[in-house]
Design a protein around this ligand. Structure first.
Ligand code: BGC
Length: 738
């Protein structure tokens, strides 16, 4: 009955007007994409064209922020796209069949959904993936997400989110890869390739989905970390910090982009002609389409950028927002705007062209339906789980390890006190966007420890406290700790405190967790703290009261198995922070890529507290030590066409094998067009190094690319003068000549 109503809903708007058979020469797959688009466009009515610009939604709405006045399955108007929240490939095919067989032109819809860090097999949250410094894992993880998505009928994911945020109060820092534009660019490319494949032709494959770079642009700079708020971004910073990941994603072939909610320096992103048309289309030659964010077109009225819904539609479309997500404004207003002469049909044609182009590129006209696999063959295959586990292992960031408490020695530890709200929180491990992930599929730390070590080690579990509720009675938890050789305290934020519309005024550890860890320390027993979080938190109390402290983020389906392997040294931790952890909220914004101040520290520092963050970008220990030596260059003078080979020797001087990520930074101490940051990441690579082994790690520097920087117009400049190159604790100099 529900489906029937929806199908009726899809008819509204005049697309399914006649059953008369129309010649469909565009179905000939031997023709070029461009020819097919033009053939189809030529025969479309205005109503049919506008229908392509509309995205309606179907199914359960799992995002509480997707506020709408229409029921989720209303199938509002005609849909070029459906935001498909259901899990059923059969239903998806039925919807598609209706559009393809019953409409005059038989144009298939593109089905989109938020598959952010996995669909059923949930991978660590993107912020954790960034910390792995292993984009290959992200690429493979996105490929798994694409495979699972295709099996429910999703053609398009609204991912990756590549917004840079410098304010951990903003809940959506969890969805990005961290504070650095270069790192985010590398991960953007990995995600796009994982979802779409390595070549343009791959997108047609039945196991690939279209990617969507979001939220274009500057959304992460929300004032005070408040979601949906105004962002003030100088143009130079826009080109230096916020846009590079998008450029990288576009160059990697991402076929769609989502416009952001935020007003950016007085022009909301969803009606921002400079960003959407000038930068994206004219300069970068992006040939895919832009979808608005959820109702961001109608919200232009709230932002004071349009007096009514008609003007909002006109401004958004003219600026370059091709598809209207869910609010139905284009369907309601564009036809009238054309009739009134306010909107040339050519503007509509151009947007339709972009959308059809991607539908042809995805192969939707050639294969509109998805194969329905048996339930058991769709999700959570052992190899998917193995990848999710590896991804989690590499994302953990060990920040403290006094007296080499970790790894735990299985031959010595007889009793473990496992405490804290995160120890058995299956739902929480999945993080902020869970696709169609099910908490029942999650392995918690408690489950993994009991399964793998329960026969050898006594595990006493006491939750002790909730994440947020206040308590003063720690009797049971202290009792457990007294009996144990070591306490593992699983602390953090509830996962629902991260993500969209989850801004915080402070980043303190909520509830009574600080009190609990302080009390635990007083038992004199060693304490390992694990932090489940999607944002940097104030961790001084935890640091002072723990012997070892590791950021576990929200690790996904394989959380417990991954943590157990790292705690017992089956694997060494190898993550490093990609977002700085302020010592207290007053330090915000805090990030490593800062410009030099006019007077040297300590002048200008805070007089009432530390100025440096507690932990900064790149921090992260492992179970061994690495020594960096012999930094050398194959040449020291470069013009913009020179490639310089920089090499450093990295030695594992400890007793355990581990992976080390080598981070290469530059500093341009004096630049002609604008000042430059004290440090900028320009390259990284991760290598496995055995105890006693030395390896040479090389960075091939294309001077013209690596040493150039943008001005306020986005123009890149390569200056004559010195550039400092830094790796580990080593530094050298390159002289640039024109
Ligand atoms: C979010 C987007 C998401 C969209 C569709 C919006 O509220 O900002 O990131 O893709 O909803 O669910």
């Amino acid at each position: 009955m529900k489906l029937k109503m929806t199908l009726l809903g899809l008819v509204v708007g005049g697309i399914l007007t006649t059953a008369a058979e129309v010649e469909k020469p565009w179905l000939d797959s031997t023709l070029t994409e461009g020819d097919r688009v033009e053939m189809l466009l030529k025969v479309m009515t205005l109503k049919e064209k506008i229908g392509q610009l509309n995205q309606s939604h179907f199914g359960r709405n799992s995002n509480p922020n997707n506020v709408t006045s229409t029921p989720p399955d209303a199938g509002k108007g005609v849909s070029g796209s459906i935001l498909y929240m259901s899990e059923s490939p059969e239903t998806r095919n039925a919807l598609q069949r209706h559009l393809v067989t019953k409409s005059r032109l038989g144009i298939p819809a593109i089905f989109g959904y938020d598959v952010i860090h996995g669909l059923k097999t949930i991978f660590p949250v993107p912020l954790a993936q960034g910390a792995s410094f292993n984009p290959a894992l992200t690429k493979s993880g996105c490929a798994v997400a694409a495979e699972e998505s295709c099996k429910v009928g999703i053609d398009w994911t609204f991912s990756p989110m590549i917004d840079i945020g410098h304010d951990p109060r903003w809940g959506r820092v969890v969805e990005g890869y961290g504070e650095d534009p270069w790192l985010t660019s590398v991960f953007a490319v990995a995600a796009v390739q994982g979802y779409q494949g390595d070549s343009r032709a791959d997108l047609k494959r039945p196991d690939k989905v279209a990617a969507c770079l979001k939220h274009f642009a500057g959304y992460g700079a929300s004032e005070g970390g408040r979601d949906y708020h105004y962002t003030s971004i100088p143009l130079q910073e826009l080109f230096d910090i916020y846009l590079p990941p998008y450029k990288a994603g576009v160059d990697a072939g991402a076929v769609t982009i989502m416009s952001a909610f935020n007003d950016i320096s007085g022009a909301p992103a969803s009606a921002n002609n400079f960003l959407e048309t000038e930068v994206l289309r004219n300069r970068w030659k992006f040939d895919g389409f832009i979808v608005s964010d959820w109702a961001s077109v109608v919200q232009l009225i709230n932002q004071g950028f349009a007096k009514d819904a008609a003007e909002a539609s006109e401004r958004a479309l003219k600026a370059g927002t091709d598809m209207d997500m869910v609010d139905g404004l284009y369907i309601a207003h564009l036809e009238k705007l054309v009739e009134n002469g306010q909107l040339p049909v050519s503007v509509i044609d151009e947007s339709v062209r972009r959308i059809l182009r991607i539908k042809f590129r995805k192969g939707l006209f050639d294969n509109p339906y998805v194969t329905v696999y048996p339930e058991t063959e769709r999700f959570l295959k052992p190899e998917y789980r193995a990848l999710a586990k590896q991804s989690a292992i590499e994302s953990f960031v060990l920040l403290e390890n006094k007296n080499e408490l970790l790894p735990l020695d299985v031959t010595k530890v007889k009793t473990i006190a496992l405490v804290g709200p995160g120890a058995d929180d299956d739902d929480g491990m999945n993080g902020s966007w869970v696709g169609h992930g099910n908490p029942k599929d999650v392995i918690t730390l408690k489950a993994a420890l009991e399964k793998q070590y329960g026969s050898r080690i006594k595990i006493i579990y006491e939750k002790g406290c909730d994440y947020t509720a206040k308590t003063t009675d720690f009797t049971k938890v202290l009792n457990a700790a007294e009996q144990a050789d070591v306490t593992i305290a699983c602390l953090g934020e509830p996962h629902s405190w991260s993500g969209e519309n989850r801004s915080r005024s402070g980043i303190y550890l909520p509830g009574s967790q600080n009190e609990m860890i302080t009390a635990l320390k007083k038992t004199g027993k060693p304490v390992v703290s694990l932090l489940f979080t999607g944002r940097p938190l104030e961790l001084r109390t935890v640091k002072e009261n723990s012997d070892a402290m590791m950021i576990a983020w929200y690790p996904g389906t394989e959380a417990g198995n991954a943590l157990t392997d790292v705690l017992f040294g089956v694997e060494s931790p190898s993550g490093k922070l990609t977002i700085s952890f302020p010592e207290y909220v007053g330090q915000i914004p805090v990030h490593y890529r800062r410009r030099p101040p006019s007077r040297h520290s300590p002048i200008g520092d805070y007089i009432d507290g530390p100025t440096k963050p507690l932990y900064t970008f790149g921090d992260g220990k492992t179970y061994t030590e690495f020594k960096y030596s012999n930094l050398r260059l194959d040449r020291t003078v470069a013009d913009k066409n020179t490639t310089i080979k920089a090499t450093v020797t990295v030695t594992n001087t400890g007793k355990k094998a581990a992976k080390e990520t080598v981070l290469w930074f530059i500093n341009d101490p004096y630049a002609t067009h604008n000042t430059r940051p004290i440090k900028e990441l320009k390259h990284f690579s991760k290598s496995f190094i055995k105890p006693g082994e030395s390896i040479d790690v090389t960075f091939e520097i294309n001077a013209g690319t690596v040493f150039s920087y943008p001005d306020a117009d986005g123009k890149m400049h390569f200056d004559a003068g010195d550039i400092h190159l830094m790796v580990g604790n080593l530094k050298t100099k390159i002289e640039c000549v024109e």
